[in-house]
Design a protein around this ligand. Structure first.
Ligand code: FES
Length: 138
């Protein structure tokens, strides 16, 4: 019965349905901000293989990244409060730079090093107040 229903859908609605299914199995990243004047941003339909820094750039989330994403500064410091298991593991070099960030915590990461590994990742990140960081976006 379900197959019959599927077959009689128009090609336009089938494409929309396929798009919705694809979106639902792709990663989601929710950004909240220490600066409470900024509204939350939810990035849906994110492909595995992208870094959290790249997701911020694609969704107009302001996050400084002075070294250009090569793990040579700490300006892209974030807090990963959900979905850390879906990200590339932290390296010793990243830990060293996190130690230089403002207010590092146990869930601190560098956004440029957080590669999304799972297609169905559900990640939540807090963006530190960028007014306290001397940096720039590229
Ligand atoms: S941008 Fe410099 S460490 Fe991420």
């Amino acid at each position: 019965m379900l197959c019959l229903c599927f077959q009689i859908k128009t090609s336009k609605s089938t494409a929309k349905w396929a798009y919705m299914v694809k979106q639902s199995i792709m990663a989601k990243v929710k950004f909240t901000f220490e600066d409470k004047s900024i509204a939350d941003v939810v990035a849906e339909g994110v492909e595995a293989g992208y870094s959290i820094l790249e997701v911020t750039e694609d969704h107009d989330v302001h996050l400084n990244h002075n070294c250009g994403g090569v793990c040579a500064c700490s300006t892209c410091h974030i807090y990963v409060v959900k979905g850390a298991d879906s990200l590339e593991e932290i390296s010793d070099k990243e830990e060293d730079f996190i130690d230089r960030a403002i207010n590092p915590k146990l869930d601190s990461r560098l956004a440029c090093q957080c590669i999304i590994l799972a297609d169905d990742a559900d990640i939540e990140v807090i963006i530190p107040d960028q007014k306290r960081i001397i940096g720039h976006e590229h």
